[in-house]
Design a protein around this ligand. Structure first.
Ligand code: GLU
Length: 504
């Protein structure tokens, strides 16, 4: 079998939406699964929509997601350049070939003339007028004008575009790997511009020419490109080339309602729609990203993989290698996939929990901003805190009592649990704790329980106040483990301070 070659072909018109990252991911998984190549091609033929910084953003985002480019922008390769603006000279010959074989034609219509045609058709009751088999004969093009006139206009330097001559009443059939057969009649298609007056090809021509020259075997892209696919299929046919196979991925839908997930949904519902932070170079407006919001790249890609695909088993946690192993286009659904932000957080939580205290300590240490913290102490804190955290910053923020004694005490617990007996109970508990030689969680717990039994006190009468005195909080990880980690001296000192400070 021919070597699998797929490409991710973004246009540098802004930051990469997470839908775009998913397209890149599926291409990457498919390529790696089949021992193939994953190419990155930058489709920048539309200079008016070019946004500085967008290409760098795309490269950075892919690298954060660990989607490695084998060939193309940022990686090089034999079939470059991989930026369409640098391939400008390559396209014209194919447009000419299409003209010479009668599949395309020159069109000289001005913007005003095009507008006039639209108005005329609208008045005649056509809801969405097009430059097509019906209207082309009334327009200024090489099909309606004489050969001499066409030559004269070109010689005089009159601007023109090249349009595809859509055949009349033909069925274009596409065997999409996800949607199976998609059939479109050419009567419903227009004479798209394939080459512009600025000397640049349009997306359609450049895309097909490059996929051919770069030996792409599978075109895996978003559903929004399905309407363009029949034209692409015809271009392959007219140019006499073999076609790649097509797979159009389902949309990612907003969490509420049915539309496509957009940046506005993220702003409205409070979640990022971009992999990494983006600063609009013109307005300086900042869009948040998953990386900066504290997500692990592997949790983010795992979540993305499941937006439109599933492995057919209940398993949900897959490393990149496991995704590669399990991925197949057969299991990509046709229906749109609803984005679920809570699930995204869940994925992060799972990845966080799977790390050891030691691994976490390396990741949490930067939050201390230079404050010297013993590594094994921090590892133990992380191990204890990880079950309750979704993000690294949660571990840090919620574990402050491990690094300094409480400055204040949770009001609700004070109000509900602290009473006149509490100081003397805690005083007695202190004495007991002081007698424990090996200050382990188990020993502390055993002594604590014996203390309750002896005093005929319930857990609820002592434990919340014990926790309050030691941590200042009403909730938290096991107070026995917490105390053991803090050490006897510190625990006793904190109980004393609480007794002195908390007065009702
Ligand atoms: N340049 C197109 C985009 O921005 C590529 C579509 C395709 O993959 O053919 O998504």
């Amino acid at each position: 079998m021919e070597k699998v070659r797929v490409r991710f072909a973004p246009s540098p018109t802004g930051p990469l939406h997470m839908g775009g990252v998913r397209t890149a991911l599926y291409n990457y998984l498919f390529a790696k699964k089949h021992g193939g190549d994953f190419l990155l091609r930058v489709e920048d033929t539309d200079q008016t929509r070019y946004v500085p910084g967008a290409e760098g953003y795309i490269l950075d985002a892919l690298s954060w997601c660990k989607i490695k480019v084998d060939e193309g922008v940022g990686a090089g390769g034999k079939l470059g350049p991989y930026r369409q603006s640098e391939r400008k000279e390559m396209y014209r010959q194919y447009a000419d070939k299409l003209i010479n074989s009668g599949y395309a034609y020159y069109a000289f219509d001005t913007t005003e003339e095009l507008e006039e045609m639209r108005k005329r058709m609208k008045n005649a009751g056509v809801p969405s007028p097009q430059y097509n088999q019906v209207t082309r004969s009334s327009m200024k093009n090489s099909l309606s004008l004489s050969e001499d006139e066409v030559k004269a206009r070109i010689k005089a330097g009159e601007p023109y575009v090249i349009r595809i001559k859509m055949p009349r009443n033909e069925e274009v059939k596409i065997n999409d790997l996800i949607r199976s057969w998609v059939v479109v009649n050419t009567n419903n298609l227009d004479d798209k511009v394939i080459f512009k007056s600025d000397g640049m090809p349009t997306y359609h021509l450049a895309n097909v020419v490059d996929d051919h020259l770069m030996k792409i075997t599978h075109v895996i892209r978003g559903e929004e490109w399905l309407p363009s696919a029949p034209l692409h299929v015809l271009l392959y046919k007219f140019l006499g080339w073999d076609m790649p196979q097509f797979a159009h991925l389902p949309l990612i839908l907003k969490p509420d309602g049915n539309g496509k997930l957009s940046k506005r949904d993220g702003d409205r519902l409070g979640f990022p729609v971009f992999p990494t932070k983006w600063t609009n170079p013109e307005t300086k407006e900042i869009s948040s990203g998953y990386r900066e919001a504290g997500y692990f790249a592997d949790a983010f890609t795992n979540m993305l993989a499941f937006l439109g695909w599933n492995p057919g088993t209940p398993d949900e946690l897959f490393s990149m290698d496991e995704l590669i192993e399990a991925f197949s286009l057969d299991r990509v659904g046709k229906a749109g996939a609803k984005f679920d932000f809570d699930k995204t957080k869940w994925f992060n939580q799972q990845y966080l929990r799977a790390k050891t205290g030691e691994e976490l300590s390396d990741l949490v240490a930067p939050f201390a901003e230079g404050k010297e913290i013993d590594k094994s102490y921090l590892s133990a804190v992380c191990e204890l805190m990880k079950e309750r955290a979704t993000f690294l910053k949660d571990i840090w923020e919620e574990s402050q009592f491990f690094f300094s004694a409480p400055q204040s005490y949770d009001e609700k617990t004070v109000r509900k649990k602290w009473n006149d007996q509490t100081p003397s109970i805690l005083q007695e508990l202190s004495l007991l704790l002081d007698g424990i030689e090996d200050f382990s969680a188990e020993k502390i717990e055993a002594s604590f329980k014996a203390f309750l039994a002896e005093k005929e006190l319930g857990f609820g009468a002592v434990l919340p106040n014990f926790r309050l005195a030691v941590t200042g909080l009403g909730m938290g990880p096991s107070i026995f483990q917490t105390s053991s980690l803090l050490g006897k001296e510190e625990v006793l000192a904190r109980i004393q301070t609480a007794i002195d400070k908390i007065q009702k």
